[in-house]
Design a protein around this ligand. Structure first.
Ligand SMILES: C[S@@+](CC[C@H](N)C(=O)[O-])C[C@H]1O[C@@H](n2cnc3c(N)ncnc32)[C@H](O)[C@@H]1O
Length: 255
């Protein structure tokens, strides 16, 4: 998908995203911000800020916050959560800011939406001053994402899916190709998307692709699809659904 297509898909489903994915990604955002080791008064850019999860966590101690996202519907929700932040509607691979204008770039589960992840990492390096830092996350590797367990159901219904998620080495190699220094990558394969009940699960299904893939189906077919996905999903001790959603964390520095 291209950046304008992501803009439309995320804007269309921003409310469903805020109800399901944003809380699921909060622990990931906390880890990204923790690894960024933010200092007072720094200028922080959150690339693919979405509804502003990481901006809220980065606030304080006189820091200046900038959120960039291509989807206006997502930025509208971010505006309410982080009113002090400057929000820019733009492609994060072509940010309308000058060279070396921020101290830290953070990005929570955004890089994988880039047409070219190395080009996005080059752009983020352009934006940070010498000595500036990068702290990002991406979902993966493929065996710990929802598609790994839901794939057979997608296949039965002809819904496209893939497992094109990076491994640690791939992510590190992208950052090296973008000339970042002091690159470190860690993995947490135990993270998951909690969906408390069937209604929450159906709301999650509306986020981006699945909602569109099923838009012209009959209500019965959509219902059967959702039921089969729920049946294939692992459950937690509280009875809620727990979809595996491992995360890779990368930190680096501009030398
Ligand atoms: C999975 S969401 C993550 C949002 C947020 N970081 C969070 O933690 O909830 C990915 C975000 O990246 C944005 N995005 C996708 N492609 C983009 C691009 N080329 N430029 C800017 N934002 C983009 C989407 O609009 C969406 O808000």
């Amino acid at each position: 998908m291209t950046a304008p297509e992501h803009a439309e898909a995320f804007s269309d489903t921003a409310d469903a995203y805020e109800a399901t994915m944003a809380p699921a990604l909060r622990p990931v955002a906390e880890e990204v911000v923790r690894r960024a080791a933010l200092r007072p008064s720094e200028i922080i850019l959150d690339a693919g800020t979405g509804t502003g999860n990481a901006l809220v966590l980065a606030a304080g101690e006189g820091r200046r916050l900038i959120g960039v996202d291509v989807a206006p519907g997502m930025l509208e929700l971010a505006r309410a959560k982080a009113p002090e932040a400057r929000l820019i509607e733009a492609d994060f691979a072509a940010v309308p800011l000058s060279d070396a204008s921020v101290d830290v770039v953070i990005a929570v589960h955004a890089l994988l939406f880039a047409d070219d992840p190395v080009a996005a990492l080059v752009e983020w390096r352009r934006l940070v001053a010498v000595g500036g830092r990068l702290s990002i996350s991406v979902p993966g590797p493929g065996e710990v994402v929802p598609n790994a367990i839901l794939g057979p159901v997608f296949d039965r219904y002809g819904v496209p899916w893939d497992l094109d998620y990076p491994r640690r080495e791939t992510l590190a190699a992208w950052a090296a190709r973008a000339s970042w220094a002091d690159i470190e990558v860690d993995a947490n394969p135990t993270m998951f998307i909690p969906l408390r009940d069937g209604e929450h699960f159906r709301t999650w299904l509306r986020v981006r692709g699945r909602g569109r893939a099923t838009a012209d189906w009959s209500a019965e077919r959509r219902d059967r699809f959702a039921t089969e996905l729920m049946e294939a999903s692992p459950r937690g001790p509280d009875g809620g659904y727990r979809l595996p959603f491992g995360a890779l964390f990368l930190t680096a520095r501009r030398s």
